[in-house]
Structures are given as structure tokens and as C-alpha cells.
Design a protein around this ligand. Structure first.
Ligand code: ADP
Ligand code: ASP
Ligand code: MG
Length: 469
């Protein structure tokens, strides 16, 4: 069971989380709990690290002080037992003292390396997991804190480390299973790991991944991702408030959605689950009775072509034009080698005889990449682009679907199109400022008469029963 930042954001949220876990225990299940940092803490820690890296010691320490107060307040609100509270406060103060030492050190050198950044940001999950463990105990839920860094063993790619599944399985068997066998609920911080004793992280949103790695390694009966929405929705409810819950979705569809921007799930979450065919559920910790979304190998057929629409902002399109390379073989390889060298992932590609356009989401390496590409071709790039991705198993072989999609966004300028790379996704690139309008238009077009077998139409007055296969 993984609880995201909003599910542990304050004392009330942590109490709801404890009640949900206790409910699973009453059903005779033995959950392992993974928690994120409290909402916004990761961002604040990154801001503190950045300030320290700019020699701004005062700002860094002020941000840390704010976090210290917030964590101590939540601890005091949750834990009444004096011994337990004293011990938790000691842990929190000890962690914040080391964080402050670290921030002072970073501002003294005025340099923030990815390795130190991971160290700073790891405090978020270390602190939240300590508080949640104590809060569970206070609610008579026998719990045990496990330092995730001793379990989630990774390579040394700071900021986005790759886990070592075999080593993780061994560590879980040695350190976590014995706790489960004693009837205790292990609580681990998500997102963090280690390589040779040095702290690493799995990348933003990585707590989902931690849960999936644990579920996959121990072959658990389910992986539950508890968040602040009712499940995977037909699109981001922040853009379309009337988005519907998708009751079931396939692993492939969920993976495409996650990769192309649906923040509700980390893209890597699906893999460990697929490999062992473990069902993944996305559930709402503020509405625990709701059945959420079930992600499975083969979902039932759906009458609507699409299940969900994702959008990913902050992308850059790079146009590489090489008329002198006309038909030269090996050209694509030399282009992709440049991206590979800078470890820059490409989201979308489109080619013509003399040119190739690619989209990337990293701005960092862009100047270096473009400088190298200029030796091969003429290079231009445009930032502030966004990708819109429509996902559905049932678009395979539907004729006229592309016409319907583009008719719905005929008033929006489309910069690049891709279909067919996977048979279940259609994507295109637009300007960032058009995202909301494009998503709303597509949502209106494709979810006006949703299939009640797949979408939660019961939640929408007047729509229920409208569409049956
Ligand atoms: P957590 O902190 O629990 O991991 P996140 O903020 O990472 O939560 O993810 C949940 C958010 O994802 C939701 O609040 C919602 O705004 C956003 N989101 C984007 N696309 C979707 C979608 N298709 N379905 C549900 N939520 C989505
Ligand atoms: N706390 C981390 C983040 O905000 C990891 C997570 O929440 O999944 O990115
Ligand atoms: Mg998340």
C-alpha cells in the first residue's frame, strides 16, 4: 500500500491512512506500507538545496526551519503517549540537525551535486515514514519503521537511480518479511534508496515505483496506490473537473498514460507488476469506499475508443534538417547517438527524407545536444511545447478515428503527429498554452456517451445508463 504526499500531508490525512491500513488488517491481510514525503516537502527541500548551492545559507536554513516546525506539529498532534512522542521528537530533531549541517556544508562550497541533492531530498520520506510509523502505533496498529535505503538498492545514477531487483528481493526477505511474520506493519519511505551506502533517489514521483518494486519482489496479492483522486480518470480532473473514473484499464494503457504525463502513476510502476501479473489499484485515501481503478493484464472490451487523455507539458521540439545528408545511411544513428551520449530520452519522433523532428523533456542538456547536432545538420529548437496523448486498446483498427480526433481540435495548431508506434496510443504536439482547450475539446468529444462497463457513469447525474454496448 503506497500513500502519496496528500495522503500523509497532515495529522488528519495520516489518521485516515492509519484507518485504511487497519481496515486491511481486519480483513486478514498483511500490508507493507510505503509513504511519500508530506505534500510539498520534496519541492521545499529541493528549493533549500538550490538556495544552499547558490551560497544563500539563510534562505536554505529558513526553509528547513519551516519544515521542522511543520513535522513537529504533526507529530505532536498524532502522538499522545509521552515516551513515544519523546522518541519521535528525538528522531525528527536528529534528522533536521543533520539536514541543517548538510545545507551549511553545501552553502560553504556553493556547489550542489546530484549526489548531495539526493541526500537533501531523502529527508522528506525519512521524516514522513518515521511519523507515520509512530502514528500507526498510537492507533494500536503494530508497526515497524524500516529505512528504505537499506532495502531499495540501486545503481549510482543520482536523481534517477535504477534499482537492482535481485538485491532488493534479498533485502526484503532479510529485513521486511520477518516483521510481517511477526504481525507487524512495516513502514518505508518511498522514492529513496542507496548505492554502496550512499543515498539515491528513483526520480520524481518515485514512491509509486518503490511500492511496485516491493510488490513485484515479494509477489504480493496486489499493489495499491493511494492518492487524492478516485482512480485513473478519463483525463486530469484539474483540467476537466467532470472527468470520469476509469474502472478498469490494461497495463499497457496505464503505462502509456503514465509515460505521457498522467501524473497519477509513475511510469515505471507498471513493469514489476506486469512481470508477475500483480493487479495494481489506484485508490482515493479521502474516499476509501470508492473502488478506484483496477489495472490488469486484460480488461474487458470497451465501447468507447479511448480510455483516457494525458498531457505532458514543458517539452521541446528539435528540428534537424540535413539536405546534404539526403538518403545517407547512418544519419539517424549519428543523430540518436548524440541523444544517447547525453542520456536524453526522446518522446516522439517524426521524419521526412531530409529532416527529422524529435521531442525531449530535458532542457538541461539541450545546448550541448544542439551544439553537437549542428555539426551534422541545421538545428532549430522550440520550447514550451506539449504532448497530448489519447490511449485506448480499442483504437486498433477503428477506421476514421484520426479524423475524429483532429476534427475535435481543428481550431488548434498541431506541430507534430504520431500514431502507430504503439497500437493503443495517438499523440500530437501543440503549444503549451493550448493544452487545456485541446484536452477539454477532446474530452467533450470522446466521453459524451461513456460505456458504463468501463467508466463510472453512476457518479454523473443523468448520464447513467446512457450508453451500453
Ligand atoms: P501522489 O502525491 O498521491 O502521488 P500525484 O499528485 O503524484 O499524487 O498524482 C495525483 C494527481 O494526478 C491528481 O491529483 C491529478 O491532478 C493528477 N492526474 C493527472 N492525470 C490524471 C488522470 N488521468 N487520472 C487521475 N489523476 C490524474
Ligand atoms: N516525494 C517524491 C516527489 O515528490 C516522491 C513521490 O512523492 O512519489 O517526487
Ligand atoms: Mg505521485
Amino acid at each position: 500500500m503506497k500513500f502519496g504526499g496528500t495522503s500523509v500531508e497532515d495529522a488528519a490525512a495520516i489518521l485516515r491512512t492509519a484507518a485504511i491500513v487497519a481496515g486491511r488488517r481486519r480483513k486478514g491481510l498483511n500490508p507493507i506500507v510505503v509513504v511519500s514525503a508530506m505534500a510539498k516537502v520534496t519541492d521545499t527541500l529541493l528549493a533549500a538545496a538550490a538556495a544552499a548551492g547558490n551560497n544563500d545559507r539563510e534562505s536554505a536554513l529558513r526553509l528547513s526551519e519551516g519544515l521542522r516546525t511543520r513535522h513537529l506539529d504533526v507529530a505532536a498532534a498524532l502522538v499522545a503517549d509521552p515516551d513515544r512522542l519523546t522518541s519521535l521528537q528525538l528522531t525528527l530533531h536528529h534528522d533536521f540537525d543533520s539536514l541543517d549541517d548538510l545545507l551549511r556544508g553545501i552553502s560553504a562550497v556553493g556547489e550542489l551535486t546530484p549526489r548531495t541533492s539526493d541526500h537533501v531530498v531523502s529527508f522528506g520520506e525519512r521524516l514522513s515514514s518515521a511519523i507515520v510509523t509512530a502514528a500507526f502505533a498510537e492507533q494500536s496498529l503494530s508497526s515497524a519503521h524500516v529505512d528504505a535505503r537499506n532495502v531499495i538498492l540501486t545503481d549510482a545514477n543520482y536523481g534517477k537511480a535504477t534499482p537492482h531487483p535481485r538485491a532488493i528481493e534479498n533485502a526484503l526477505t532479510a529485513q521486511v518479511l520477518p516483521l510481517v511474520e511477526l504481525g507487524r506493519v512495516p513502514v518505508l519511505g518511498g522514492f529513496i534508496g542507496s548505492c554502496d551506502g550512499i543515498t539515491t533517489t528513483l526520480g520524481r514521483g518515485g514512491s509509486d515505483y518503490t511500492a511496485a518494486l516491493i510488490g513485484g519482489a515479494l509477489h504480493t496479492g496486489a499493489i495499491e496506490i493511494w492518492t487524492d483522486v478516485d482512480g485513473i480518470m478519463t483525463t486530469d480532473p484539474r483540467i476537466v473537473p467532470e472527468a470520469l473514473r476509469v474502472k478498469t484499464i490494461s497495463f499497457e494503457e496505464a503505462a502509456e498514460l503514465a509515460y505521457f504525463g498522467a501524473k497519477v502513476l509513475h511510469p515505471a510502476t507498471i513493469l514489476p507488476a506486469v512481470q508477475k501479473n500483480i493487479p495494481v489499484y489506484v485508490l482515493n485515501s479521502r474516499n476509501a469506499e470508492n473502488p478506484g481503478t483496477r489495472i490488469t493484464a486484460t480488461p474487458p472490451p470497451c465501447a468507447s475508443p479511448f480510455k483516457s487523455i494525458a498531457a505532458k507539458k514543458k517539452l521541446t521540439i528539435i528540428d534537424i534538417v540535413a539536405s546534404r545528408m539526403l538518403l545517407a545511411h547512418g544519419f539517424l544513428k549519428s543523430v540518436f547517438d548524440v541523444f544517447d551520449k547525453h542520456q536524453c530520452a526522446i518522446d516522439m519522433v517524426s521524419t521526412s527524407e531530409v529532416s527529422i523532428s524529435v521531442t525531449v523533456d530535458s532542457k538541461q542538456a539541450l545546448p550541448a545536444i544542439c551544439a553537437e547536432l549542428s555539426q551534422l545538420a541545421d538545428v532549430k529548437y522550440e520550447s514550451n511545447k506539449a504532448l497530448i496523448c489519447l490511449v485506448g486498446e480499442d483504437i486498433r483498427g477503428i477506421s476514421g478515428i484520426a479524423a475524429q480526433v483532429f476534427a475535435a481540435v481543428s481550431h488548434i495548431n498541431i506541430r507534430m503527429i504520431s500514431q502507430g508506434a504503439s497500437e493503443i496510443n495517438m499523440s500530437f504536439m501543440i503549444n503549451e498554452e493550448d493544452v487545456e482547450e485541446a484536452v477539454r475539446s477532446l474530452h467533450t468529444k470522446f466521453f459524451a456517451a461513456p460505456d458504463a462497463a468501463i467508466f463510472d457513469v453512476e457518479s454523473v447525474p443523468g448520464v447513467a445508463g446512457l450508453s451500453r454496448r
